[in-house]
Design a binder for this molecule. Sequence first.
Ligand code: NAD
Ligand code: IPM
Ligand code: MN
Length: 369
Amino acid sequence: MANPSLLILAGDGIGPEVMAEVKKIISWYGDKRGLAFDVSEDLVGGAAYDVHGVPLADATMAKAQEVDAVLLGAVGGPKYDVLDFSVKPERGLLRLRKEMDLYANLRPAQCFDALADFSSLKKDVVAGLDIMIVRELTSGVYFGTPRGITTQPDGSRVGINTQVYTTEEIRRVARSAFELARRRNNKVCSMEKANVMESGILWREEVQWVHDNEYPDVELSHMYADNGAMQLVRRPKQFDVIVTDNLFGDVLSDCAAMLTGSLGMLPSASLGAPMANGRPKAMYEPVHGSAPDIAGQGKANPIACILSFAMALRYSFDQGDEATRLEKAIETVLADGVRTADLMGPEGGQPVSTTEMGDKILAALNASL
Ligand code: NAD
Ligand code: IPM
Ligand code: MN
C-alpha cells in the first residue's frame, strides 16, 4: 500500500523555522517506527505571493485537495501589509480552509505539569487543565456577505462584514463537538451572543436541537461568549469541550493559549468531511502566527507545530499511540527544564533555540523506544 501523503506548507516568518523541526520528527517516524510518509512541500502566504503573485497558487490548492493531510506553518508579516487585501498572505490560508471545507477547528489547550508554574495565572487554576475548543472555521463573519469598504456620497467610508450561519453549518460543527465530548468528559459548552445577535439565537437553538435529537447523553450548557472569555481565565477547568463560531473561536483560543503557558504551545486540527478513503479532509496548523518580532532569530517554540503533527497522527492516521508517544516526549523535555525563550519566567535561565528544542524532543523519542 502507498505511504500516506503529507503536503507541507511552511509559509512565512517562523513558519519554516518550526516546520524544520516537524520534518525531523516525520523522518524519525519513518526510520524508527515504520511509519513512512510521502512528503511534498509547496508555498503559501507571502512566500507564495513572492513567487506567484498570489498567496496560494491554484496548483497548490489542487495538491492540498489530494493529499491525506496538509501541515501548515504560519502566514503573514509586515512586509505584506501594503498588499491589496485580496492577495494578503492570510487569504491563502482562508482559501485552503474554505475550499477544503475544513469546518471544525479543534484547538486543545492542555497545561503540561512542568509549565503550570509558568502560566500568567495561578498554578492551581491551570494545573491539569485539558480543554478542547471547537471553532467553526468556514463560515460566520469571516466569509459572510455583504462585505467590503464603500465610500458614501458625502465621502465618508463604511466597512462592512456580515455574520451568517445556516442550520447545517451549525449542526455539523456541533456534531463534531458532541462526538469529541463522548470520548472525553462528556460535556459541551456552546458559546455565542444570543442576547444581541440573531445568528447567536440560531446557533443556540441548533446546537440544542443536535443535542436533544442526537446526543442527549452529553451534558450541554450555553454561555454568552463574553462571559465565556471571563470564565476561561477565572476557572478554566470547569470546561471540557467548548463549541463556538469562527470569530469567537479565534479570540477565545488565543486566550486559552495563555492557560498553557505560551501561544507557542497550542496546536490545532482543521477537519472536514471524510474523504473516499475514510480519512477526514484535514489540515494541521499551530494556533500562532508568523511572529515577525522573533522570526529569523532561532527563538521560536516549535512545540505547537510538533503537537499539530501529533494531532495528524491521531486524527488522520489512526496512530493514537504514536501521537501519545510524541506528546509524552514533549512532556519529558519540559519536565527536564528545557525551555525556549517564550517559556522563560522572570527568574530567567538559559533558553534553548528552536533547533535545540527539536533535537531534545527527538532524543526523548529515541529514549522512548
Ligand atoms: P503571532 O501569533 O504571530 O504572535 C503573537 C506573539 O506571540 C508574538 O509576540 C510572538 O513572538 C509570540 N509567538 C507566537 N508564536 C510563537 C512561538 N511559536 N514561539 C514563541 N513565541 C511565539 O500573532 P501576530 O503578531 O498578531 O501576527 C503576526 C502575523 O501572523 C500576522 O500577519 C497575522 O495575520 C499572522 N497570523 C497567522 C496565523 C496563521 O498562519 N495561522 C495565525 C495568527 C496570526
Ligand atoms: C488563526 C489566525 C487566522 C484566523 C488568520 C491568520 C487568518 O488568526 O488561525 O487563528 O483569524 O483564523
Ligand atoms: Mn488567531
